[in-house]
Design a protein around this ligand. Structure first.
Ligand SMILES: Cc1cc2nc3c(=O)[nH]c(=O)nc-3n(C[C@H](O)[C@H](O)[C@H](O)COP(=O)(O)OP(=O)(O)OC[C@H]3O[C@@H](n4cnc5c(N)ncnc54)[C@H](O)[C@@H]3O)c2cc1C
Ligand code: FES
Length: 277
């Protein structure tokens, strides 16, 4: 792939603290803002690691011609990005990947945990703009880690926040949050018209996919695999998905064929040497 078209220098417009652990970086990226679709991501270069780091597109502002990404410190790469300030410049690749496929549904239930929550606001906002009913269930380790509440509340007809430590709407996991959703809300649409869109730790996505399957809802998951190139060349991000009849499977690249996949196609790690996300 020719990455020239995708590689851009981005001016940092703002660094906003979202919680005790997270910041949001707003980047001036006119071409990316025009082209980005919900569920796509960027690869951001940083001053500490050789490889760029993948981050979900969390917001697009067409007036400011900007794209925002939000992040929580894991290692040196993200920590360095979190220290960028207004006026800094970085190299960015994107928009990358294949995002959420939501337009054929009448209702979207977005489910997020950990850094997976950042892949969801653009989906909810796009679904709302397309007059699709929206609900959202998010899990946070504790109340102090809650992020973007106003945006989620504005984009979701129903928002439930869960924390195993309590202090939010539901004491427990996102599964407890899903069980607490109004049954009338879930019954309003034929099961095949409901999409559950999930991003978070693999065990959570796997459990949410099972919850959706039990109800006949479609389910898509966005995988946070480790990546090196981000555009299909290195195969670091390869993940096993079902293919063909019976036990057939193949490798797909999370950065190109994903990061969003139909949950039913994923071969999770516990099923064998599959996706650990
Ligand atoms: C498509 C995509 C979208 C993502 N969106 C976001 C986002 O919006 N916000 C955000 O904070 N993070 C997001 N991530 C995860 C983020 O890219 C990783 O946390 C980051 O690359 C870690 O780099 P580091 O240098 O900070 O840590 P490293 O020193 O490389 O690793 C620190 C720890 O994080 C783990 N780790 C490394 N890469 C990943 C990864 N890809 N997923 C999960 N764990 C990882 C390592 O195993 C290690 O334990 C996304 C990942 C992908 C693939
Ligand atoms: S990260 Fe290189 S092929 Fe996906």
């Amino acid at each position: 792939m020719n990455t020239g078209r995708l590689e851009q220098t981005a001016l940092v417009l703002a660094n906003v603290r979202l919680s005790t652990a997270a910041v949001l970086l707003e980047l001036r990226l006119p071409e990316t803002a025009a082209a980005a679709r919900p569920g796509q991501f960027l690869m951001l270069a940083n001053r500490r690691t050789y490889l760029r780091r993948p981050l979900a597109i969390c917001a697009v502002d067409h007036d400011r011609r900007s794209v925002s990404v939000a992040m929580e410190a894991k290692g040196a790469g993200i920590r360095d990005l979190m220290n960028l300030v207004h006026g800094d410049e970085i190299t960015v690749l994107g928009p990358l990947g294949r995002g959420w496929r939501y337009t054929d549904y009448q209702a979207v239930i977005a489910v997020g945990g950990g850094t997976g929550v950042y892949a969801l606001p653009t989906l909810l906002e796009a679904a709302r703009a397309a007059r699709i009913a929206t609900a959202c269930v998010l899990g946070f380790r504790e109340r102090s880690r809650l992020v973007l509440e106003d945006r989620f509340r504005a984009a979701a007809d129903t928002l439930l926040l869960a924390s195993e430590k309590g202090g939010l709407d539901v004491a427990g996991t996102v599964l407890d949050g899903l069980r607490a959703l109004d049954p009338a809300l879930l019954g309003r649409h034929a099961p095949g018209q409901v999409l559950v869109a999930c991003c978070g730790p693999a065990p959570m996505m796997r459990a949410v996919a099972a919850w959706a399957a039990e109800r006949g809802f479609a389910c898509q998951v966005s995988l946070e695999e480790r990546m090196a190139c981000g555009f299909g060349v290195c195969r670091t991000c390869a993940c096993r998905v079902r293919a063909g009849a019976g036990d057939g499977w193949t490798y797909e690249r999370v950065c190109c064929e994903g990061p969003v996949f139909d949950a039913a196609d994923i071969i999770w790690e516990e099923d064998g040497d599959g996706c650990e996300s």
